[in-house]
Design a binder for this molecule. Structure first.
Ligand code: FAD
Ligand code: 2MC
Length: 378
């Protein structure tokens, strides 16, 4: 797993070249103008990044979770916000591939793989975030359809995405009363809130998704009725790994920028990089990122092989990598002095983007809840 094959090196390089050519040069401008570059997403899809771990038979790339972790790290060196959106899109695509019927897979997946259609994942609500099993968006059966009412909060890609995988209540309170259903954008009664003004992740929209008597065919239910929470959580295991990878990639890029700056910057008669205090700081940053990467690959391997401890390993990797990534990026900002605080150097943007990785796809407190529960599970 730790010694890359020629193919794995080539996959990494493809993702890195893409990030260098199409993401990094535009990242600061997209952040400032809140531009969601759908054309660039489609270019990434042309390289197989719309369905990285989706079955090849329906147009996916058929790669592993470890491959995906490496790809998202490389993409995030160019722009963590765009890499993270692609990761959410992949989660949605994988959920349909894994839990969908053949008919559903053939209907939705090819368009998601080419990113001609974009996907959004709708779990959080205004009144239910960490306590996701308390969600209240309702879907009531009416003949061959379900009628949906409720509001989803903080939905990445909302308003632009074409395909919404929505967790809804079809039964009693609690996780077993939840189903997952595919809602197309053009459904009557579906609308979107304003694009939220955010600290980071400005290159992708975040909106409410509002359901007012939205009629969706029962044929769009993913998996079994009542099985939606399990589907949502299994999607998130991989999502958490990918977000962890985005933190590592963003932080690696901030670290690289700090090294370049300290090599050039002269003070007290020599390069700042000659200060041993700063060298030690850089050495620690590199070491901590490598520890996070190692842990991430280990968790990705566990998920790939359906290991019994995959859930807590994914939670540990998400918590550790997103905390480490934020800390390293913030340290890099400090090492650039006043220039680190200026938008044009691109480091403050990375810090702002990485901050939210400690909150979404399960807060880092919830990751600790998951790990703590595993300590006493029988
Ligand atoms: P709360 O659940 O209200 O938590 C508040 C605080 O209490 C947090 O610090 C939390 O960690 C802590 N807390 C809660 N419960 C416990 C506990 N039991 N023990 C200890 N501490 C606890 N959601 C989607 O479904 N799809 C998306 O695409 C999506 N994209 C997002 C994009 C952005 C930019 C943001 C900011 C959020 C996004 N989210 C999305 C929502 C995100 O997953 C939630 O914000 C997150 O899960 C936390 O929920 P909450 O905001 O309601 O916080
Ligand atoms: N993987 C697989 N199954 C899981 C799971 C996981 N990660 N987490 C829970 N489950 C199963 C669990 O095993 C149980 O199954 P069963 O009924 O067969 O025993 C079922 O789901 C219910 O789980 P719990 O009894 O643990 O449910 P509880 O309500 O106590 O807690 C908790 C669940 C807190 C772990 C869950 O609600 C959670 O992860 N909350 C965080 C929400 C979240 O991550 N939101 C992210 C939104 S997406 C986003 O932010 C994006 C940017 C896309």
């Amino acid at each position: 797993m730790f010694t890359l094959t020629e193919d794995e090196v080539a996959i990494n390089e493809t993702a890195r070249d893409f990030a260098d050519e199409f993401l990094a040069p535009n990242a600061v401008e997209w952040d400032q103008n809140k531009h969601f570059p759908v054309d660039v997403l489609r270019k990434a899809a042309g390289l197989g990044m719309g369905g990285i771990y989706v079955d090849e038979e329906v147009g996916g790339s058929g790669l592993t979770r470890v491959d995906a972790a490496r790809i998202f790290e490389q993409l995030a060196t160019g722009d963590p916000s765009i890499a993270a959106y692609i990761s959410i899109h992949n989660m949605v695509n994988w959920m349909i591939d894994t839990y969908g019927t053949d008919e559903q897979r053939r209907q939705w997946i090819p368009g998601l793989c080419s990113m001609d259609q974009l996907g959004s994942y709708c779990l959080t609500e205004p009144g239910a975030g960490s306590d996701a099993a308390a969600l209240s968006t309702k879907a009531v059966r009416d003949g061959d359809d379900y009628i949906l009412n409720g509001v989803k909060q903080f939905i990445s890609g909302a308003g632009t995405s074409d395909v919404y995988v929505v967790m809804v209540r079809t039964g009693d309170a609690g996780p077993k009363g939840i189903s997952a259903i595919i809602v197309p954008k053009d459904s009557a009664g579906l609308s979107f809130g304003a694009n939220e003004k955010k600290m980071g992740w400005n290159a992708q929209p975040t909106r409410q998704v509002i359901f007012e008597d939205v009629r969706v065919p029962a044929a769009n239910v993913l998996g079994d009725e009542g099985g939606g929470f399990r589907i949502a959580m299994n999607g998130l295991n991989g999502g958490r790994l990918n977000i962890a990878a985005c933190s590592i990639g963003g932080a690696q890029s901030a670290l690289d920028k700090a090294v370049s700056y300290l090599l050039e910057r002269k003070a007290f008669g020599s390069r700042l990089l000659d200060q041993q205090a700063l060298q030690f700081r850089l050495a620690d940053m590199k070491t901590e990122l490598e520890a996070a990467r190692t842990m991430l690959w280990r968790a990705a391997d566990a998920l790939q092989n359906n290991a019994p401890d995959k859930v807590e390993l994914c939670a540990m990797a998400k918590r550790f990598a997103t905390d480490t990534g934020f800390q390293v990026a913030n340290d890099a900002l400090q090492l650039l002095g006043g220039y680190g605080y200026l938008a044009e150097y691109g480091v403050e943007k990375i810090v702002r983007d990485l901050r939210v990785h400690q909150i979404l796809e399960g807060t880092n407190e919830i990751m600790r809840v998951v790990v703590a529960r595993s300590l006493t599970a029988t």
